[in-house]
Design a protein around this ligand. Sequence first.
Ligand SMILES: [Zn+2]
Ligand SMILES: [Zn+2]
Length: 125
Amino acid sequence: MTTLIFIFEDIAIGMVKITSLCTDCVQVITNPLCPYCFSRHVVTWLRDKKLPEYRLKRVKQLLRSLVLEAEETPADTKCIVCGSQRVNLCTYCITNRVTAIIEKNTSRKVVRNFEEDFDTIVWRI
Ligand SMILES: [Zn+2]
Ligand SMILES: [Zn+2]
């Protein structure tokens, strides 16, 4: 539950209505990738990490709340993958958010793996 509360607190603090800026760090979003597409990558990536089912479920749930948050945040930045206008976080911040989720729900090894893989994946997209 702590992660979820943390996320909601963040929304309240980060209510910046300037749409093409990241709602977390208020930098211009370059390389826009929506939380939905990012989450899909994460879930695919997690498949061979052999997480217990309940852990995987929890991660998916938390990722889903990231996506919902993005859908509720006014944004006019289009995702470079799916084209929908729900990009509210820059690549840096969304990676941070997802890293926090992975950290809470997986092992240190998976986190390290995630950081290595997503550094390259994100910048290649
Ligand atoms: Zn940001
Ligand atoms: Zn997308």
